[in-house]
Design a protein around this ligand. Structure first.
Ligand SMILES: [Zn+2]
Length: 330
């Protein structure tokens, strides 16, 4: 996390970071010790320098004028060459790198180098404190899109994380009968404030009557509960912000909680669809954030300076949803 200027390569931009959002998913990356680079997959900053190759298409060449502009990065960096990229599935690029997670330094530093193709302009209406939430919002929008064509009268969101509360707010915009089940009263109070239905997770109705259960617990236990709540032929949608790391063939992803056993009998007997869902388009998320209909300020548990970020990462625990790291201003 030192302040050394990264090298500027063709097709890359140097971004002066202003804010970084740190969540338990970052703490999990640090704990797994597979990644030795700079953490921080969710950040906003100002383009300091940019190098666009002469061969770049016009859409990229136009980014030469982005010096001095505020930007957010898509954490997943696709190769644009593999079979999945060429098939339009660049989110699942076989050779993808992930800022702050996998083979690319993230934003928990004064400066970070980012491929220009991964950058998105942050509208002025999305302030520095809100812009780093673009990734979480994009994941919630992606989930909403996956559910859009389905019967979705009754939706339950399981979980205590910022991802769960962002998903609940986004889904509540399209369906008033969304409810949140959380183990934490402070989270339930936030739902109360937003007008989102809620109840403690220890008293759920396990009546197999929910059309959709969005499980943001990141655990087999959450999936087990979801399978008891969803109706026959319903959908369990699994979200886990810690699932950013790709899984190269023959390796294990080692996501905490998912390695535990889970009884899938209800999925078979009740013909339940279990869908995985990850992140979505950052520009859509920035558009939603600019409308200021999603409360992300309430999801910041504390603010720290960059030098205190390592300590904050180590102490991320139950009551802490996110830490906003103040790196500096423009
Ligand atoms: Zn690829």
């Amino acid at each position: 996390m030192d302040a050394q200027a990264p090298g500027v390569h063709q097709g890359e931009a140097i971004v002066r970071v202003t804010r970084v959002l740190v969540t338990p998913a970052d703490a999990a990356v640090a704990e797994r010790r597979e990644f030795r680079g700079v953490l921080g997959s969710q950040f906003v900053g100002v383009v300091k320098q940019i190098t666009v190759p002469d061969s770049a298409p016009p859409s990229m060449s136009a980014r030469k004028g982005w010096v001095g502009k505020r930007v957010v990065a898509s954490p997943s960096i696709a190769c644009a060459l593999c079979d999945l990229c060429r098939a339009g599935l660049s989110a699942h690029c076989r050779a993808r790198k992930v800022l702050g997670v996998w083979e690319r330094d993230g934003g928990l530093a004064d400066l970070v180098s980012v491929p220009i193709s991964a950058l998105h302009l942050a509208p002025d209406s999305v302030k520095d404190d809100a812009a780093p939430f673009a990734h979480l919002v994009s994941g919630a929008l992606h989930a909403a899109n996956m559910l859009r064509s389905e019967q979705k009268s009754y939706i339950t969101v399981l979980g205590d994380s910022a991802a769960a509360l962002v998903a609940a707010q986004v889904l509540a915009r399209m369906n008033a009968s969304v409810r949140v089940l959380s183990a934490r009263h402070d989270r339930l109070r936030l739902c109360e404030r937003w007008g989102v239905k809620h109840r403690p997770i220890d008293e759920p109705g396990r009546r197999q009557d929910q059309d959709v259960v969005v499980d943001c617990t990141g655990s087999a236990a959450g999936l087990g509960l979801a399978l008891q709540m969803v109706r026959p032929r319903g959908i369990v949608l699994l979200k886990d912000p810690a699932a950013l790391r790709p899984i190269p063939p023959g390796t294990k992803a080692d996501l905490r909680g998912w390695a535990d056993p889970v009884d899938l009998t209800p999925a078979v007997v009740n013909e339940v669809q279990v869908l995985g869902s990850r992140d979505g388009p950052i520009p859509d998320a920035l558009r939603v954030l600019s409308e200021q209909t999603i409360d992300v300020a309430a999801l910041v548990s504390k603010r720290v300076r960059l030098e205190d970020a390592p300590q904050a990462l180590r102490s991320l625990a139950g009551e802490t949803m996110t830490v906003l790291v103040d790196v500096g201003d423009r």
